[in-house]
Design a protein around this ligand. Structure first.
Ligand code: 0GY
Length: 294
């Protein structure tokens, strides 16, 4: 793949390899972002990082190159509550994309209806201190109440070390809950560590929770090809085959150690979902139910 413009930021891989794994028809990359372009969609003043531009054209090119049919584009913190770049990408993609927005507690019913018409089906609550300032729980609850009637869900991003404190809040949410990036376990502790067992138990008990088996590049201690993350993802896929989602996380904001090769990430899929049936559910059935049939 050759990007249309040279990379200035060095933020995403300029020439990912073509994956050997062929995703099934209709496959969804259920976690990716668009950034800017800043000249048209400025980054939020309150942002904690400033990415290089990663515009929709590059995302759609990557989608096609990797053999995917559809994207779920997730509003990233660097755009704050300004969802214009997301909406622009969704409107250009039509039925080939859905979105997850960031809103405030004061969001109006008309704004939510407009986002829904553009393809938004969820909001994201981010609890990573390096990415966002604290938002009072009452405000998050207010947002969740407002979106529940639309059939939307809440995407949550947190560190597994914070799960115990956050879990009661998640359990009380009136919507489905989608957990980002395997719940961010400390993979050095191994898949049988009690902290991961508690996470699995929470998913056992909360049947409206789902989890993205994404982002090995952020969690791995061993580095590419992220073999140390495979047992975590595979355990979740095999135990919750109807509640897992997969995504590239392109363009991989805040990765400083290396630029992940998106083709290599796709080639991890048969290791975490070893049968055609599991792959179909992970890549097609599950995201379709949540994003296209909601
Ligand atoms: C991700 C992960 C990160 C960034 C964000 O919204 C964001 O800015 O989520 C991260 O830095 O771990 O999913 O994109």
């Amino acid at each position: 793949m050759s990007p249309s413009a040279p990379l200035e930021s060095g933020q995403y891989h300029p020439s990912p390899s073509r994956p050997r794994f062929v995703p099934p028809p209709g496959a969804v990359d259920a976690h990716c972002h668009v950034f800017g372009p800043a000249a048209r969609f400025p980054y939020a003043p309150e942002r904690k990082y400033t990415p290089g531009d990663a515009p929709k054209e590059e995302l759609f090119r990557l989608r096609d190159f990797l053999g995917f049919s559809r994207n779920v584009i997730v509003q990233a913190t660097c755009h704050g509550r300004d969802n214009r770049a997301l909406v622009d990408a969704l409107e250009h993609a039509g039925e080939r994309a859905r979105g997850v927005a960031t809103v405030g507690p004061d969001v109006s019913a008309a704004e939510l209806r407009s986002l829904h018409a553009s393809g938004v089906r969820g909001v994201r609550f981010n609890f990573l201190k390096r990415l966002v300032d604290f938002t009072p729980r009452a405000e998050l609850e207010e947002m969740a109440r407002k979106i529940a009637d639309l059939g939307w869900h809440v995407v949550v991003y947190f560190e597994m070390a914070d799960l115990e404190e956050l879990a009661p809040f998640f359990v009380g949410l009136p919507t489905p809950v989608v957990i980002d990036h395997l719940g961010r376990p400390d993979v050095r502790k191994g898949v049988d560590d009690p902290s991961f067992a508690r996470f699995v138990k929470l998913l056992d008990e909360q049947r409206h929770f789902r989890v993205k088996v994404s982002c090995p590049e952020r969690l791995s201690a061993s580095g590419p090809p992220y073999d140390d993350v495979v047992p975590f993802a595979r355990r979740l896929v095999e135990r919750f085959p109807d509640r897992v989602l997969w995504g590239t996380d392109w363009p991989h904001p805040n990765m400083t150690s290396h630029l992940p090769d998106d083709g290599d990430l796709v080639d991890r899929i048969p290791l975490i979902a070893p049968t055609a049936d599991l792959q179909q559910r992970l890549l097609v059935t599950n995201p379709e139910r949540l994003y296209w049939n909601a």
